[in-house]
Design a protein around this ligand. Structure first.
Ligand code: FAD
Length: 312
């Protein structure tokens, strides 16, 4: 069942995100991580699209191998960075040949300095909405887009952000996945703003277990996410105690995930950085029915610069 159909049926989608490793050891860790995640039968897994060079080929290749060698369903990330339209068509064709049916269409960030000015490729695309249209033109894909609970750092204000997000959805997006965030209220406010703008595209919240103080500070700075003071204090106090930091990060992410699901979030998308232990602990402790059990986490009828790898 496609993610779009899962969401349309009122069930929730659970998924795990990985990045293309740079070394043979990293490759083996990814294979092991995929095998571990396979056991909880997620609705999909995704592999981030590299900032440039050979990592991009690796993204396409790993995505192809997921379709061929595992029981997992891949959602393919793709960005417009540094590509002409002709090149983008070719990559979309490679994804189609690999059996991929779902694409996450992203503008991407400027290479080198993700916070620098965005300069599109001269024969390329300016915005993610253009890529949504191109992916749709190229085949029978379902298309996902990025959403930002603390708004995109480059948007002038919330009105600007919501207007462009809604336009991106109207250009053909079926669902969205958020940037990492650590406060449930940020997600709820985004959802309210979208509802007020008449946009009801399901927005799947991303869960990033914050288990290392320095790492999470760096990622949060890059992605514009606010780390709540209490979480920052607990992680800082556990700087020299990896076990305690892990427990603090998992406890915070589990509480966040529970709050989101209790308030009818349409699923969870775990950012794993290729180490899925924390995400799997969170997922298991939520005691959700697995896809294999058929219930797919059906909603309670009573109720409503992304890290692409470990820091260098
Ligand atoms: P857009 O939707 O194009 O928005 C970017 C900015 O442009 C926003 O400020 C928006 O308001 C503005 N804008 C949009 N349309 C217009 C318009 N018509 N006129 C004027 N301004 C406009 N990056 C990677 O490199 N690889 C990945 O694999 C990757 N995966 C990600 C996965 C998720 C779930 C998320 C949330 C982010 C991911 N990123 C990834 C990071 C993403 O590429 C960056 O955050 C990028 O800066 C924004 O991409 P976008 O698709 O939201 O762009």
């Amino acid at each position: 069942m496609s993610v779009k159909d899962v969401l349309a049926s009122g069930a929730r989608s659970y998924s795990f995100e990985f990045f293309p490793p740079r070394t043979a050891t990293g490759e083996r860790s990814l294979q092991e991580a995929l095998r571990r995640v396979e056991r909880v039968a997620p609705h999909f897994v995704s592999v981030t699209y590299g900032a440039g060079g050979s990592s991009r080929d690796r993204t396409v290749e790993i995505t192809r191998r997921i379709t061929e060698e595992t029981s997992l369903r891949p959602l393919a990330h793709l960005t417009a960075v540094g590509h002409s339209v002709a090149e983008l068509r070719q990559i979309i064709g490679r994804y189609a040949d690999a059996g991929v049916r779902e694409v996450l269409a992203l503008r991407g960030d400027p290479p080198g300095d993700p916070q620098g000015p965005w300069i599109p490729h001269p024969q390329g695309l300016r915005h993610a909405s253009d890529l949504v249209r191109l992916v749709r033109e190229c085949g029978a894909f379902d298309v996902a887009v990025a959403a930002f609970p603390e708004r995109h750092p480059r948007s002038a204000d919330w009105d600007d952000d919501i207007r462009h997000f809604v336009a991106k959805c109207r250009s053909g997006a079926d669902f969205a996945i958020t940037q990492m965030f650590f406060r449930a209220d940020d997600y709820f406010r985004l959802r309210d703003r979208l509802a007020s703008a008449g946009c009801h595209v399901p927005v799947i919240p991303a869960i990033m277990p914050a288990t290392h103080f320095d790492q999470i500070r760096r990622f949060a700075r890059l992605s514009n996410a606010t780390v709540p003071d209490d979480l920052a204090r607990r992680l800082e106090a556990a700087r020299n105690d990896p076990g305690q930091a892990h427990r603090a990060g998992v406890a915070h992410a589990t509480a966040l995930a529970r709050r989101l699901l209790d308030a009818e979030a349409p699923g969870l998308h775990y950012i794993t950085l290729n180490r899925p232990t924390a995400a799997l602990e969170i997922h298991r402790s939520l005691s959700l029915p697995t896809r294999a059990e058929g219930a797919s986490g059906t909603k309670d009828p009573r109720g409503t610069a992304r890290p692409s790898g470990p820091p260098a």
